[in-house]
Write a protein that binds this ligand. Structure first.
Ligand SMILES: NC(=O)c1ccc[n+]([C@@H]2O[C@H](COP(=O)([O-])OP(=O)(O)OC[C@H]3O[C@@H](n4cnc5c(N)ncnc54)[C@H](O)[C@@H]3O)[C@@H](O)[C@H]2O)c1
Length: 331
């Protein structure tokens, strides 16, 4: 297939491009090497892993550039739209910037698909669209894979009407724009709600990467709340398996949402303990109050993705942290 991947120099985009190229697809990777969230040098290193591989073309450009996105969409069988400003807390500092890239940018990509006659789109959404759910008793974690539905497991048919941060609201808006384009023009869309993704090349400002860097430098780690907030962490290989299956399955006229998560939660305190024991270094913790925009828990019900995409998260957090730390230690 001819595939346009936006955000190709990012964490998830670079892994997805590697996978698609290994199967012989022709991939055009679009990225602006934006340095708002983290440094462009990291993205250059990610892109360098792709440039020169047969079938890959890197385009340095912006999803806000309408003529460019239209030109790139021409002749594509599929567009995978990953480019965005990610991150909950920075979105609170600059909501208009997030709206521009994530909402207007997504609208541009949809228009490019319409103009170029592209019938298939995979869109990276986020678990954050679910907003703040309460924690009913013990969190589903502690080494056990959560079994099926529990009241707190996020389900795709939740109306998602109260995103807790500007970032989350822009992702929900992007989903709705996709819905409208499907209804008006029949473009097939697969929405993927990623649950905190980690692994080699994880964004440097994300918790696992940041904690690993600070603990190994014997610097204090700031933790917000009381350590009981919980996240469903998903190893990058599992995300790529699910995203790849979505790419191969999406059909014109579709509009389907899938949770891609690890389907198990880990508390903040447990996460820090896992990282520090893997590094063999006692962490120095600086406890601070909860941050606005943060949610107490994320937890994916992945049964729909399991049924339709054959998605099954395989890497438990203990193994994933070990693999992340191995990667982090490499010179
Ligand atoms: N990593 C996660 O845990 C996670 C969780 C939920 C959703 N997501 C979503 O998945 C996607 C990929 O996330 P990631 O962690 O790889 O982030 P990332 O920041 O590493 O990748 C995004 C890429 O998009 C590029 N980009 C930003 N603005 C652009 C623009 N205007 N034009 C062109 N390129 C632009 C950036 O330069 C970056 O390389 C994002 O849409 C993100 O919101 C990620």
């Amino acid at each position: 297939m001819n595939i346009l991947v936006t955000g190709a120099a990012g964490f998830i985009g670079s892994h997805l491009c590697e996978r698609l190229l290994s199967e012989g697809h022709q991939v055009v990777g679009l990225d602006s090497f934006d340095s708002f969230l983290y440094d462009a040098a990291t993205k250059e290193r990610n892109a360098a892993l792709l440039v020169g591989k047969p079938g890959f073309r890197l385009v340095r450009g912006d999803i806000l550039d309408r003529p460019l996105t239209l030109e790139l969409a021409r002749g594509m069988d599929l567009v995978v739209h990953l480019a965005a400003l990610a991150g909950v807390r920075p979105s609170i500092q600059d909501p208009p910037r997030y709206a521009r890239v994530n909402v207007e940018g997504t609208s541009n990509i949809l228009e490019a698909c319409r103009g170029a006659g592209v019938q298939r789109l995979v869109f990276a959404s986020s678990s954050s669209v679910y907003g703040a759910k309460s924690l009913p008793g013990p969190t589903p974690g502690g080494g056990e894979r959560a079994k099926g539905n529990t009241p707190v497991a996020f389900q795709e048919d939740d109306p998602c009407l109260a995103p807790a941060s500007p970032y989350a609201a822009t992702k929900r808006a992007g989903e709705l724009l996709c819905s409208t384009h499907r209804d008006l023009y029949g473009i097939g869309v697969c929405l993927l709600r990623f649950f905190t993704v980690y692994g080699p090349r994880q964004r440097p400002e994300m918790a696992i990467h940041k904690f690993t860097r600070l603990i190994s430098a014997r610097k204090p780690v700031t933790l917000f709340g009381d350590g009981t907030s919980a996240r469903d962490y998903t190893f990058i290989d599992d995300i790529i398996q699910g995203t790849h299956a979505a790419c191969m399955n999406v059909q014109p006229g579709d509009y389907t949402t899938y949770n891609l998560g690890g389907s198990r939660t880990t508390t903040l305190k447990t996460l820090v303990d896992m990282i520090s024991s893997e590094l063999g270094i006692m962490p120095i913790i600086d406890w601070q109050p909860d941050q606005p925009g943060d949610v107490p828990i994320t937890f994916a019900n992945v049964s729909r993705a399991g049924k339709h995409l054959g998605y099954e998260p395989k890497i438990p957090i203990e193994q994933g942290i070990r693999r992340f730390v191995e990667w982090f230690r490499k010179p």
